[in-house]
Design a protein around this ligand. Structure first.
Ligand code: NAD
Length: 422
């Protein structure tokens, strides 16, 4: 589709997201008008965030909040704190959130937020002041019936608590449903912190089963050891998988006989990184992606699997725990090589699914047990996996195109049913 109205940086996550939309729209013969509506975010806000630093100087950070689509309900999506955040990236992530919520059938649209900042370089006080001012600046866009943020790269439950408090202070009463991924003490959900990783585990197990591969013999490599990567390593290890490689931003470690998550965690607690862990051989992040293994799980940032390294990936399955880790050119290479890619909008949907449970619990002020949360999550992930696989088999397309067709189809149906305003 010729998109002269929208300037998109070459090689950006937005370019990937738009190409994936175009691929799905082509297969499903989507109405061109609806296609064009879905290619644009509904609204995008850029804010300046002035913060008084500990040394008395003032620094101004730039932040964004983007609503991609709200046809199926309030918009939902994380907030990212990272130095490489751009408006295009936030738009892409918001679009993926729209498809993701539709793929797992939860009544939300897609949104995303971001601040250009390296959170590790701020003191706790600076981080709190920056978060509260950012929350204040995006207040017109958020709310439990409007748009509900959650954690993403570089943010955590403490940051969600500050946003919840800032919003509630303005309203004059507690509004727990304005964010998800909160601490339990203020209306968080049991099971939320491990939910994305647990969803990744469910789809990894479903994929192994589908391909007739044994769980005990599966060799797994995970890039990223944060909320998602670290949790995935632990849960798959508990299932009996062999974790042969893991990395974080500072580098990785490889051991063909298997790594112990507890040892990795202890090393990270002591040194702030898993790089240098003595239970294996040191590898770079580039080498990690090309290690011999059965399942590769990118769980860090986007754009990791590209034309430059896709030919050298040895895994037979890629489960995308991160958002957008595979660029479209690499997708084509994987398809040619018969490598199965379980796409992000399915694989990492466990987080937003339990975020939905958290929002439901907050609204009802009635809280569920962790077993209930995990069981409902498992049912949704397993059903969604089967739904996507069925579309892939019926249409003879990749799992990514199938998931996008499923998501886009549900959003398009809602959009058409509601009609175009005015
Ligand atoms: P996090 O900040 O907790 O952890 C990120 C991890 O990636 C860290 O170990 C960090 O060291 C590593 N990393 C950062 N930059 C890297 C680089 N250039 N190379 C290698 N490793 C690098 O973040 P998270 O919440 O675990 O999110 C990870 C990914 O999962 C992101 O793509 C995010 O959008 C996606 N995701 C997160 C959630 C969630 O619930 N947190 C839900 C869905 C998707």
């Amino acid at each position: 589709m010729d998109r002269t109205e929208q300037h998109v940086a070459e090689g950006s996550a937005l370019e990937s997201a738009l190409r994936q939309l175009d691929d799905a729209a082509g297969v499903m013969e989507l109405d061109p008008g609806v296609h064009e509506v879905l290619a644009h975010p509904r609204r995008a806000l850029e804010v300046a965030i002035p913060v008084k630093m500990d040394d008395g100087t003032i620094r101004v950070f730039t932040g964004y909040r983007v609503h991609h689509n709200t046809s199926r309900g309030p918009s939902k999506g994380g907030i990212r704190y990272h130095p490489s955040v751009t408006l295009d990236e936030v738009k892409a992530l918001a679009m993926w959130m729209t498809w993701k919520c539709a793929v797992v059938g939860i009544p939300f649209g897609g949104a995303k937020g971001g601040v250009i900042v390296e959170p590790g370089k701020l003191s706790k006080g600076e981080l709190q002041r920056m978060t509260r001012r950012y929350a204040y600046e995006i207040l017109p866009l958020i709310g439990p019936e409007r748009d509900i943020p959650a954690p993403d790269l570089g943010t955590n439950e403490q940051i969600m608590a500050w946003i919840m408090d800032t919003y509630s202070t303005r309203e004059g009463y507690s509004v727990p449903g304005v964010v998800t991924g909160k601490p339990l003490s203020i209306g968080g959900s049991a099971g939320r912190s491990m939910a994305t990783a647990r969803g990744v585990m469910y789809v990894t197990l479903a994929t192994l089963k589908h391909l007739g591969m044994s769980v005990e013999e599966a060799r797994i490599v995970v890039q990223g050891f944060g909320n998602v990567g670290g949790g995935t390593v632990e849960l798959l290890y508990q299932q009996g998988c062999r974790i042969v490689g893991v990395s974080d931003v500072q580098g990785g470690v490889y051991n063909p006989d298997g790594l112990n998550p507890q040892g990795l965690r202890a090393h990270e607690e002591q040194y702030g990184t898993i790089a240098g862990y003595e239970g294996g051989q040191r590898v770079t992040n580039e080498e990690l992606l090309e290690l011999g293994c059965d399942v590769l799980i990118p769980a860090a940032i986007e754009g990791q699997l590209t034309r430059a390294n896709a030919d050298r990936v040895k895994a037979s399955v890629i489960v995308e725990a991160a958002n957008g880790p595979t660029v479209p050119e690499a997708d084509e290479i994987f398809e040619d090589r018969g490598i199965l890619v379980v796409p992000d909008i399915l694989a990492n949907a466990g987080g937003v699914t339990v975020s939905y449970f958290e929002w439901v619990q907050d609204i009802q002020a009635y809280y569920w047990s962790e077993d209930e949360v995990n069981d409902r999550l498992r049912q949704i992930m397993e059903k969604s996996y089967v739904d996507v696989l069925s579309v892939a088999e019926e249409r003879k397309v990749s799992m990514r195109t199938a998931a996008t067709i499923l998501g886009v189809g549900r959003v398009a149906e809602a959009h058409i049913t509601r009609g175009l305003y005015p």
